[in-house]
Design a protein. Structure first.
Ligand code: BES
Ligand code: MN
Ligand code: ZN
Length: 507
């Protein structure tokens, strides 16, 4: 799959003053007393243009803000982009990532061919150089991304690629930054890949097409393999949950399994299970029309797994991972599953359907039970599972539930490092109690309250004794509005989080 805007990343040993580039990005803290050495030197060559701009109050270094200063014959850059970093004591690696994203977004907007980043300078001594290189690379992917593959008449046009380089005059520093840059580039590219797949609408991507894409990427990336079960094979295996959800659509469901063995056969395997509903109309329990279009993003969890598998294989991490992506389209029709139906799932457990719109758990329960059957050591599922989670946490963090304290801590650590935030929520016995049915083993909805927790408590029962964690990303799958550094649409949430978790495990 072609990148929408190709990002060409590299590091280069170059001097800030003479560096030839379309756009040179330098960071500034809001509480800095005067310009630092780099900016002061530049300012001198520019005859004090930066100082004047700051004195006028046009740029205060606030996070998310930028200002452009034009170059002259004394410097190599055509333009300087001042990027606000906020307060110095609050700055983290996330600040650098966002600053790089901000710069990349501006670079695409002004149609710059080359963007030279000197953002790490402001963080000298504060952050590890390799880590800084990594987040700058991730940030440039995040910020340069936009989804316009179906726009045929573009008003202002844009370039098809963006050359990004991190520059420093110190070769030793460049070497360290470059290590992180390679890794961040792989993660960033995988995340943009996930965003494009998720952004594609349901008439373009259905479960079969998603399965074909998984097979294609597995073939293209060394170490990755892919098996797909069609509806006949699922029926033979008794995967009643995913079959029920997929029964209303002309596009049949697919059960996608990706495998990556980087640690050797004797080592444990981690299962990632992602919900991939290519469109969620609610089924017979149909949703209201308003914002139903957003339900094309109900495949985001599954696609986060696909993107993570790609990144992990490209990074050649010494871990064993199996990516399980049950995929179906939830539509109402004469062949749909109905409220009242009793479904036998892959685990053997039966489920009474009370609401066909609680379909995510019906495909995930087969995915989780499949992971248990493969004797996986750990299971992490990721899903746009409940509106209740979005009500509880908004669009700032994903809900995190689980049965293993250590696993939860590891995911929280990965969240901090990746900038994809999580918040713990319960899923214990009280919630499981609500999911008991009188006429089957379980029912697929609980009471009105605590919907994110009861959904998780439902899933938990399919993991059995296996260590399990659950990420409810219902509020995180998309950016509703474009921001200073992000385009609206799919966020690709989960690719950075899960890849970081696996990188930490590998260490
Ligand atoms: N895909 C939705 C959850 C969702 C809602 C994701 C908003 C993103 C934004 C899920 O399949 C769903 O419909 N859940 C129901 C469950 C209910 C019927 C128990 C919900 O949250 O209303
Ligand atoms: Mn639903
Ligand atoms: Zn759904």
């Amino acid at each position: 799959m072609k990148e929408i805007i190709e990002v060409k990343l590299k590091t280069r040993k170059a001097d800030f003053i003479t560096c030839k580039t379309d756009l040179l990005a330098a960071g500034l803290f809001s509480d800095a007393k005067g310009l630092d050495k780099l900016n002061a030197e530049l300012d001198q060559k520019l005859g004090g243009a930066i100082e004047r701009l700051i004195k006028l109050g046009d740029f205060k270094g606030k996070e998310g803000t930028t200002a452009i200063v034009y170059g002259n014959d004394s410097i190599g850059a055509k333009r300087i982009l001042l990027v606000g970093l906020g307060e110095k004591k609050k700055a983290t690696l996330d600040t650098v990532r966002n600053a790089a994203a901000n710069a990349a977004k501006k670079a695409v907007e002004i149609k710059a061919e080359t963007l030279s980043l000197a953002l790490h300078r402001a963080f000298d001594g504060k952050c590890d150089l390799a880590a800084t290189g990594r987040v700058m690379a991730e940030g440039t992917y995040l910020g340069s991304y936009r989804y316009d593959e179906f726009v045929t008449q573009r008003e202002n046009g844009r370039l098809g690629s963006l050359g990004v380089e991190i520059i420093d005059s110190d070769a030793g520093k460049i070497k360290k930054i470059d290590k992180g840059l390679q890794c961040g580039g792989i993660i960033g590219r995988a995340q943009s890949y996930a965003r494009t797949l998720a952004n594609r609408p349901a008439n373009v991507i259905n479960p079969e097409k998603l399965a074909a894409e998984a097979k294609r990427i597995a073939k293209a990336v060394k170490g990755l393999t892919c098996t797909v079960f069609d509806e006949k094979q699922m029926a033979e295996k008794g995967m009643g949950g995913i079959l029920a959800v997929g029964s209303g659509s002309k596009s049949p469901p697919r059960f996608i399994v990706l495998q990556y063995n980087g640690a050797g056969k004797s080592k444990p395997t981690i299962a990632l299970v992602g919900k991939a509903i290519t469109f969620d109309s609610g089924g017979i329990s149909i949703k209201p029309a308003s914002k139903m279009d957003e339900m094309k993003l109900d495949k985001s969890g599954g696609i986060a797994v696909l993107g993570t598998m790609r990144a992990v294989a490209e990074l050649k991490l010494p871990v064993n991972v199996i990516g399980i992506i049950p995929s179906a389209e939830n539509l109402p029709s004469g062949t749909s599953y109905r409220p009242g139906d009793i479904i036998s799932t892959f685990s053997g457990k039966t489920v009474e359907i009370l609401n066909t719109d609680a379909e995510g758990r019906m495909i995930l329960c087969d995915g989780i039970a499949y992971a248990v059957k493969q004797k996986c050591d750990t299971i992490i599922d990721i899903a746009t599972l409940t509106g209740a989670c979005k009500v509880a946490l908004g669009s700032y963090m994903a809900g995190l539930m689980g049965s293993d304290e250590k696993l939860i801590k590891q995911i929280q650590k990965a969240a901090e490092e990746s900038g994809e935030k999580v918040w713990p929520l319960p899923s214990g016995d009280e919630y499981a109690e609500e999911m008991k049915s009188k006429i089957a083993d379980l029912k697929n909805t609980g009471s009105r309250w605590g919907g994110a927790c009861t959904a998780a408590a439902f899933l938990r029962q399919f993991a059995g004794e296996t260590k399990w964690a659950h990420l409810d990303i219902a509020g995180m799958d998309m950016f509703e509005r474009a921001t200073e550094y992000l385009a609206e649409g799919s966020s690709g949430f989960g690719v950075r989080l899960l890849t970081t978790y696996l990188m930490n495990i590998a260490r």
